[in-house]
Write a protein that binds this ligand. Structure first.
Ligand code: SME
Length: 153
């Protein structure tokens, strides 16, 4: 995939969310779309920043029950949120402070979600395979997050 070419999944996301602005509904379908498109996942979903508690709260997802609250700076999720950078982790067991919500997870990618200067939360995807996520996946998921943020108020 070239940098200028929008992937089929990202075109589907843009079409699926056309004129839809409900946050929960959009994130729910976005997590389902990732789970349907990517193979070899055990978790795909969202953590949303709660500025009252200064925590990331569990949002819509596909997968097993997960941690309800994660502090900024904690685990892969909290670190990506705090740094405002994508974290693509080949082996989560080597990541200091990794939070093992689902013991099946071996690799993970976390993409921060921002709208203007608002830090909304993160997209978090886990795989049972080591080194599951490629640089191309990172590029696609970064664009996915950008499209998603265009469809929330
Ligand atoms: N493993 C994550 C926690 C979230 S679960 O994977 C859904 C982490 O270390 O931040």
């Amino acid at each position: 995939m070239s940098e200028t070419q929008t992937s089929l999944m990202n075109q589907q996301l843009d079409a699926l969310l056309y004129q839809e602005t409900n946050l929960v509904a959009n994130l729910a379908n976005a997590s389902a779309l990732i789970n349907d498109t990517y193979t070899d996942l055990n978790w795909a979903g969202f953590y949303l920043y709660n500025d009252t508690t200064d925590e990331l709260d569990l949002g819509p997802f596909q997968g097993k029950v997960a941690c309800m609250h994660i502090k900024p700076g904690a685990g892969v999720v909290g670190t990506a949120f705090k740094d405002q950078q994508v974290h693509r982790v080949a082996n989560v067991h080597e990541f200091p402070g990794h939070i093992a919500c689902d013991s099946a997870s071996n690799s993970e990618i976390v993409v921060p979600l921002t709208k203007g200067d608002r830090q909304i939360g993160v997209l978090d995807i886990d795989s049972p395979s080591l080194d599951r996520f490629t640089a191309e996946n990172e590029q696609e998921l970064t664009e996915f997050a950008k499209i998603l943020m265009q469809h929330i108020d």
